[in-house]
Design a protein around this ligand. Structure first.
Ligand SMILES: [Zn+2]
Length: 536
């Protein structure tokens, strides 16, 4: 231990951070700093069965993720002094030392027992591993693994640069952003070590840019038994959210993973999510997936600066990283407490495998009445028939062009839910009151409508990967579902708080539950309640 380090122990944490960075930066030019600074974190593992924390604690965890800290990590990791953090380079090594120093500061257990935090491989590359042991007597034997690669491409090569070879590729988004998010999640969780049921293993991968070398090496030399890994959560490029939905990959690598993630998102963060079903070997989730371990990957999208010198810290959306880190922290806690270990599901080919074509409550059969009306006049309060389709119920009942429909079974066709919906959901036999030119009195015209009344007005698909959810595939115009604001591809989770496990169970609920009822719907990763009123 060198002298300077003694002084360090006396300083406040922020001061030590600054000194730390300056020290790293100053020694980059000459030698690689190997000093070991050990902070004994004031953490005590509590017995899970008594102190399992409630939502209040996960709230506190999520809230302690700060934009300032994220910014300071990214600015350091993407600074020119680290020269683009190419694996094995001085800049790459310095980034590794920086990360290890923070794991020590947060009191995180070294991931390699007596070997400390570094898993060295291929002569100079280093994965960095830390652990927060779980608290549940059973679950703690399993691990939620969370990772992010900390290397980038240095000065760039024709093989890995999109332009500007020879200039520092700072890699602020790729992947200083993911590294910073993971550091903040670790710091937040380190203040709540009594929370996790399963153990948590954090990994900062090296040499990802050289072909996933770090995660592949770990997969061949795992520091924990692979069958104890319950799920892998990956962060790669989370620095450019910018009001866009967050891309979440991997949701089909285990049944129910999407709805699980949505519920985690619902509780705290509420970030818009685009579930991307592609499974590609483009980041460190791949070796896990290939070994039959389910995964989720957070990614805010490629951009023009990808793998170029312009991927700089001043282009990062730090509030966006914060949201991603908060969602990740919530996911980590929830996966660590989930009773069942997620089971692997092969998601290679499927977009929407296992579709149930027969699924519909109502179907848009031919028109029930068969008239067209003047939309402008309708707005002004008159329903004037402008067309009567031949051989339709309207034609058979004797309705004529120019007729004004005043009432349908005693109800105005102008008031909510409106004429179309009224006809859609009306019983087969109705009586219309019609005002006809040259007729003094209102005419009472019985009409036998075609087909069945539409109750809800949706068709749906089921999703093999999400058995407890139905996906809306069609909405009948002016039906109660349409008027309630349901949309195509909305995913229904519950009806009046009741869940279902099959398409038939859903159909039963949807056709028997008295209207109005409320459906819990997922749209872009967010849950919302929509109340469906009867149009009768
Ligand atoms: Zn990357």
């Amino acid at each position: 231990m060198n002298p300077k380090s003694k002084q360090l122990q006396a300083l406040t944490s922020d001061q030590s951070n600054d000194v730390f960075r300056k020290r790293i930066a100053s020694q980059i030019k000459c030698l690689f700093l190997t000093s070991l600074i050990w902070f004994v974190g004031a953490s005590h593992f509590v017995k899970a069965e008594t102190n399992y924390p409630a939502a209040t604690t996960s709230k506190a965890v999520v809230k302690s993720i700060s934009v300032d800290e994220l910014k300071s990590h990214v600015e350091f990791l993407a600074s020119d002094s680290l020269e683009g953090r190419e694996a094995g380079s001085q800049g790459g090594q310095a980034a590794g030392t920086y990360i290890r120093g923070l794991l020590q500061k947060y009191g995180i257990k070294p991931g390699l027992a007596d070997e400390g935090y570094f898993q060295e491989f291929q002569g100079g590359f280093r994965n960095i591993i830390g652990i927060i042991p779980g608290n549940d007597p059973e679950l703690k034997k399993e691990y939620v693994v969370i990772g992010a690669h900390y290397d980038h491409v240095g000065y760039g090569k024709p093989s890995n640069s999109r332009g500007g070879v020879g200039q520092i590729h700072n890699g602020a988004d790729d992947n200083a952003s993911g590294t910073a998010a993971l550091l903040e999640v670790i710091q937040a969780l380190s203040q709540h070590k009594g929370v996790p049921g399963r153990s948590l293993m954090f990994v900062f991968w090296d040499a990802e840019e050289m072909g996933l070398l770090g995660s592949k090496h770990w997969m061949d030399h795992p520091s924990i038994p692979l069958d104890q890994v319950s799920i892998y959560l990956n962060l790669d490029m989370v620095g450019r959210l910018n009001e866009k939905p967050l891309n979440l990959f991997g949701s089909r690598s285990s049944k129910g993973l999407r709805s699980f993630a949505v519920k985690s998102n619902h509780r705290e963060t509420g970030v818009k999510i685009r579930f991307n079903n592609a499974v590609r070997p483009d980041s460190d989730h791949w070796p896990f997936y290939k070994r039959g371990i389910p995964f989720l990957m957070l990614h805010t999208g490629k951009h023009a600066d990808y793998h170029r010198p312009e991927d700089d810290a001043n282009k990062i959306d730090y509030a966006g990283i914060q949201k991603c880190a908060q969602l990740l922290a919530q996911l980590v806690l929830d996966f660590s407490l989930q009773k069942e270990k997620p089971k692997y599901r092969n998601a290679d080919r499927d977009i929407l495998d296992g579709i149930d074509q027969q699924a519909k409550v109502d179907s848009p059969d031919p028109p029930r009445l068969g008239v067209a009306w003047n939309a402008e006049k309708y707005k002004q309060g008159n329903l004037l028939v402008t067309q009567v389709l031949s051989n339709t119920p309207a034609d058979k009942a004797g309705l004529k062009v120019g007729d004004e429909i005043v009432k349908v079974d005693g109800r105005s066709p102008l008031t909510t839910p409106g004429f179309a919906a009224l006809i859609r959901s009306a019983p087969s036999k109705v009586t219309m009151q019609v005002k006809r030119k040259q007729e003094e009195k209102l005419l009472e015209i019985p009409v036998e409508l075609k087909g069945q009344p539409v109750r809800l007005g949706i068709e749906w698909k089921t999703d093999d990967s999400e058995p407890t959810v139905t996906v809306i595939s069609n909405i009948i115009k002016a039906s109660s579902a349409d008027l309630a604001g349901l949309q195509m591809n909305d995913r229904i989770y519950e009806i009046d708080g009741k869940t279902f496990g099959t398409s038939d169970e859903f159909r039963k609920l949807a056709t028997t539950m008295p209207l109005p009822f409320t459906v819990l719907v997922e749209r872009e990763g967010l849950l919302k309640e929509i109340t469906i009123q009867s149009t009768r």
